[in-house]
Design a protein around this ligand. Structure first.
Ligand SMILES: NC(=O)c1ccc[n+]([C@@H]2O[C@H](COP(=O)([O-])OP(=O)(O)OC[C@H]3O[C@@H](n4cnc5c(N)ncnc54)[C@H](OP(=O)(O)O)[C@@H]3O)[C@@H](O)[C@H]2O)c1
Length: 338
């Protein structure tokens, strides 16, 4: 196919759908026909894409046979329901939710890492794009694994509320407004179970029987899968912090062979998706984690005496990096499969 791909962004009015549209525009992805789809609550609105206005179409009645690719930005339960509908109509679905994280027939694909796995989209016409935390971790840990072999990784993720959607942004803003005006927050929610303003919540996703959260389990599984290291010792703690945009990851790792800190710096400096130079010794979500495609790092240091244990701090815009990966997958489909 050289005249371009027919694309629908499904959930186009949400924060992730909107970011997918901006990334499609920024990357000049060859789009021959565009559709914006959301709930019937949004019918009557128009969304701008590449200078034209597109009316929002209702998901319930949308005809997926009009598109080659559907970029899903829906809550997981709806993604699960409508992916089959879209796939049966002949569209390839690229989903970034947790809906298919346990489905062995839905390939997990990260551009520039395991693109060959995209061939398996044919199993169900559905592809899974990793979460932003997984993309940042793989970008860095893959290089450490190649250089010195990983034996254990422990990560704390400081997640901006944008990861929970537009309602979460509104909830943080409203609670901040109340508290800064010396008014009480009447009750937490509807997005977060506890107050999020001036607070932090160490539970993202439902709690599982073994004490992990759904989101933690998904990150651990997906990092192991993309590194090709099912045996890797890996613990992830996900924390919601009262930050609107931009995510931070405190990463501690142990290598098999050991490596000098300076050699690690050289490895990171040569990694394409890592910020080309230190923009700040301590990157912050507000400065380096909003509207950026790079993973920024800082505070790289040895934490033991043997050269085997290190720690570093990563910052990235996980809404944007998720969208960039999904759009790259569209481009690979156009290049290799359509
Ligand atoms: N936010 C992120 O950082 C991020 C990053 C990667 C992946 N994701 C994934 O993307 C998905 C959406 O997340 P989000 O953060 O963009 O949430 P959001 O801001 O709340 O947006 C949700 C979208 O889903 C649509 N929707 C909700 N209920 C619907 C229904 N019954 N029928 C049709 N459309 C419906 C909404 O349309 P209306 O506006 O019409 O209600 C809206 O477009 C989630 O699965 C999330 O895990 C999010």
């Amino acid at each position: 196919m050289n005249k371009g791909v027919r694309v629908a962004v499904v959930g186009a009015t949400g924060v992730y759908g909107e970011t997918l549209m901006r990334v499609l525009e920024a990357r000049d992805t060859p789009v021959s026909d565009f559709h914006a789809v959301a709930s019937d609550r949004s019918v009557g609105r128009s969304l701008e894409f590449r200078g034209d206005d597109y009316p929002v179409q209702a998901l319930e009645s949308f005809d997926f046979s009009q598109v080659d690719v559907a970029l899903f930005a829906l809550p997981p339960d709806l993604a699960s329901d409508y992916a089959s509908v879209a796939a049966e109509a002949g569209a390839v679905i690229i989903d970034s939710s947790s809906a298919f994280s346990l489905d062995p027939d839905v390939p997990l694909v990260m551009a520039d890492v395991n693109e060959a796995a995209l061939d398996d989209f044919r199993l169900r016409n559905i592809v899974r794009s990793p979460s932003g935390a997984v993309l940042s971790l793989i970008t860095v840990l893959r290089e450490v694994e190649r250089s010195a072999g990983l034996s254990a990784v422990v990560v704390a993720g400081y997640h901006a509320v944008v990861g929970a959607g537009r309602a979460a942004l509104d909830e943080l803003a409203a609670q901040c407004g109340l508290l800064l005006n010396a008014k009480p927050v009447p009750a937490p929610g509807p997005v977060f179970a506890s107050r999020i303003a001036f607070n932090s919540i160490a539970l993202a996703g439902a709690s599982l029987a073994d004490g992990r959260s759904e989101q933690e389990l998904a990150v651990e599984n997906d990092v192991r899968a993309l590194l090709g290291r099912p045996d890797l010792t890996l613990a992830y703690t996900a924390v919601w912090v009262p930050v609107f945009y931009g995510d931070g990851l405190a990463v501690n790792f142990t290598t098999v062979d050991g490596i000098e800190t300076q050699a690690l710096e050289t490895v990171l400096a040569q990694t394409a998706a890592v910020a080309p130079a230190h923009t700040a010794a301590v990157p912050t979500p507000a400065a380096e984690g909003a509207d950026q495609d790079f993973v920024h790092w800082g505070r790289l240091r040895a934490t033991g005496q043997t050269g085997q244990e290190h720690a570093l701090w990563l910052v990235a815009d996980h809404v944007r990096s998720s969208a960039v990966n999904s759009v790259k997958l569209v481009e690979i489909l156009v290049r290799d499969h359509f």
